[in-house]
Design a binder for this molecule. Structure first.
Ligand SMILES: [Mn+2]
Length: 341
């Protein structure tokens, strides 16, 4: 057997050099942050503090309460909860998106206060959207941005510790959904195995990320999952989440995030679209597919973005009209993928 290196190292030399050259650094991630972006930022935050950098971690909007175990109250500032002053810095790094619109209005402030603003991401650059800033690091082979942060930390020669490991493990466990989505690479597992030398409570982290249900959430799920509409012999599913249902069950927006992943566990399903009502007639569209057809271009068509098989957009309009439009686009791609077989 040939000696295949099991750890696929990303070329983070250039971005690491820029970090090394900066004395003051601001770290951030996209709006409605998740375990990936937040964990990657926080891991790098702890690492850069260890080598004497002046670091600030700022999120655009409120951090979901389930991330409290990362001590977000002590280390993370929230721009929209103000007053939060962005420190004058040599460099700003934005994790887990390469679309500045996901970071606005913090992005504009970062541009003012920081010498350079770069993205560190694993989403494809949008065909119909803004280009990432020059010098950004984008590696679509990374299953999480925590993996990229890991390689940066290693390249900078910073020793791991419990704080760093806990944050990076959170990032990896979140985006891979506990090692389900690893991009056919051993990286996520191998990096995690090293992190677990410093962070012994992997199972606790899994629980804090994914087992945070309340009786209210179960009642909510039983209502909304009963409303899924199926098309094309159950290979396409569509679901609308009404704001009033979340409110009636006393839940926060983040509680609706995993509904689409549940639907994707249906064996015969090829693609799903979920419309989460954010305001009256404003929907956050989430799209998923199992890989036989891409859904990113549908998201882009509506001004959004994401990954090839998991993407989203913000759409304004009358529900039935936009649902039919999205359904038609999914069905078109499904037909093409069936023809291709
Ligand atoms: Mn991510």
């Amino acid at each position: 057997m040939s000696d295949i290196p099991r750890l696929n190292k990303f070329d983070v030399q250039k971005i690491s050099q820029k970090i090394e050259d900066a004395e003051t650094i601001v770290l951030s991630t996209h709006r409605q942050c998740d375990g990936d972006g937040l964990g990657a930022c926080l891991g790098l935050y702890h690492a850069l503090k260890k080598i004497g950098k002046k670091v600030q971690l700022v999120c655009v909007d409120a951090i979901p309460s389930k991330y409290k175990f990362l001590n977000t109250d002590s280390f993370v500032e929230v721009f929209e909860e103000g007053p939060c002053e962005v420190q004058k810095s040599d460099l700003a790094l934005i994790f887990d998106t390469n679309d500045y619109r996901q970071v606005s209005p913090l992005y504009e402030e970062l541009q003012k206060q920081c010498g350079r603003v770069l993205f560190v991401d694993h989403h494809p650059v949008l065909q119909q959207g803004p280009d990432p800033t020059e010098g950004s690091f984008i590696e679509t082979q990374a299953a999480s941005t925590g993996e990229i942060a890991y390689f940066i930390i290693k390249t900078l020669g910073i020793r791991l510790d419990k704080n760093i490991a806990r944050a990076l493990y959170t990032s990896i466990a979140f985006d891979t959904q506990i090692f389900r989505y690893v991009k056919s690479s051993s990286n996520s597992h191998l990096i995690a195995s090293e992190l677990l030398i410093y962070e012994h409570e992997g199972e606790d982290i899994h629980r804090m990320l994914f087992s945070t249900y309340t009786p209210n959430k179960i009642a909510y799920l039983s209502k909304v999952l009963g409303e899924v509409e199926f098309y094309n012999n159950s290979s396409v599913a569509i679901l609308r989440l009404k704001l009033s249902d979340l409110e009636n069950h006393g839940l926060e927006m983040d509680d609706a995030r995993d509904v689409i992943d549940m639907i994707m566990n249906i064996k015969e399903l090829q693609a799903a679209a979920l419309f989460r009502e954010d305001q009256t007639s404003v929907y956050k569209l989430s799209l998923r597919s199992k890989g036989s057809m891409e859904v990113l271009s549908i998201a882009e068509h509506f001004g959004g973005g994401g990954h090839l098989f998991a993407a989203g957009a913000l759409i304004q309009g009358e529900y039935r009209k936009i649902r039919d439009e999205v359904l038609q686009q999914i069905q078109q791609r499904l037909l093409q993928s069936e023809k291709a077989i």
